[in-house]
Design a protein around this ligand. Structure first.
Ligand SMILES: C[S@@+](CC[C@H](N)C(=O)[O-])C[C@H]1O[C@@H](n2cnc3c(N)ncnc32)[C@H](O)[C@@H]1O
Length: 299
């Protein structure tokens, strides 16, 4: 779909240049202020007689580092960093538009107060809990296994919410509701059980903190219409753009990290009609085309 744009830039500069009321849906997943550099190293295993791992049928394997992607997640004053960006996000939202703000338990309470100040308390509709079950379990507290997504609308008396478009989910006890209801499934609530991006599935791009497409699809489906403009100005691997594209929406993605742009270049390889601003995706897309060509099975 034409009319989509991807920027390599500081998001504040891009936001300031966007016209008021020009965006129908904003989803953002800013760095969570974890105080660390977010880093993901991709490994591949190769057969090697002197390898350090033993695999199927006693074969020896060695791990090779394919690449490392990282971005900084350390802010002296997180809320001062967010405030001008959220103020701009509110300005660029269309009158019936929505904002979804994805964060975690460390910052959510401060961000809620900040967003209430910008949007107004009555514009806050939900705190969505995305619950997953993956990774280590510390023994000194309850293991934290959820993220928080704050959902705001510009005008609580008139906003897009396509309840009939939302993919329904199975009942936990279908036997209790009768066959017709069980076949239809039920509407999700504000608590979403969803796996993280599978560590070795096709969806995985290797970008740290990549969010699952299933979460973004649900948001885009519910809070925008075909042809609308969806904005993600902390785009990372571009998950929001992929969901928008699948559902026939236009998108604007912004990230200041060239590694994020390289991942998006590969993810959107072959998609016509995207304008790239401040970045040339073609070298990465050429590699992607070659890879696709090399992986054509021969008989
Ligand atoms: C948590 S990641 C987003 C991950 C994304 N939701 C995905 O599914 O891949 C946050 C991103 O914000 C970007 N970022 C941080 N500060 C930025 C800024 N001032 N302007 C543009 N991008 C920024 C980082 O480079 C990082 O890619």
């Amino acid at each position: 779909m034409t009319g989509s744009r991807i920027y390599l830039a500081d998001n504040l500069d891009v936001l300031r240049a966007l016209p008021a009321a020009s965006v129908d849906l904003v989803y953002i997943d800013p760095p969570f202020n974890t105080g660390k550099v977010q880093q993901r190293t991709q490994l591949k295993t190769v057969r090697s007689a002197d390898g350090d791992r033993t695999g199927f049928q006693g074969q020896r394997y060695r791990s090779l580092v394919v690449g490392t992607k990282r971005f900084s997640d350390v802010f002296d004053d997180y809320l001062a960093f967010l405030e001008p960006r959220l103020t701009e996000a509110h300005r660029v939202l269309a009158p019936r538009g929505s904002l979804y703000f994805h964060v975690d338990y460390r910052e959510v309470h401060y961000c809620k107060v900040l967003l209430d100040g910008i949007f107004g308390r009555d514009c806050f509709l939900n705190e969505i809990i995305w619950a997953y079950d993956y990774g280590g379990r510390p023994k000194d507290r309850w293991p934290a296994k959820h993220d928080n997504i704050l959902f705001y609308v510009k005008d609580p008396s008139n906003y897009v919410f396509n309840v009939d478009e939302i993919e329904r989910i199975p009942y936990m006890a279908p036997g209790l509701v009768g066959p017709e209801k069980a076949a239809r499934g039920k509407l999700p609530t504000d608590t979403w059980w969803h796996t993280i991006v599978p560590t070795n599935g096709a969806e995985k791009t290797g970008y740290p903190t990549q969010k699952p497409l299933g979460i973004l699809r649900r948001i885009v489906q519910a809070s925008s219409c075909p042809g609308d403009v969806v904005l993600d100005f902390f785009a990372g691997s571009g998950t929001t753009g992929v969901a928008a594209l699948e559902l026939g929406r236009r998108f604007i993605l912004v990230d200041h990290n060239p590694e994020a742009l390289a991942v998006m270049a590969r993810r959107f390889a072959g998609v016509e009609g995207i304008e790239w601003i401040g970045y040339d995706p073609t070298p990465h897309q050429a590699v992607e085309r070659q890879r696709a060509w090399c992986s054509v099975p021969s008989d």
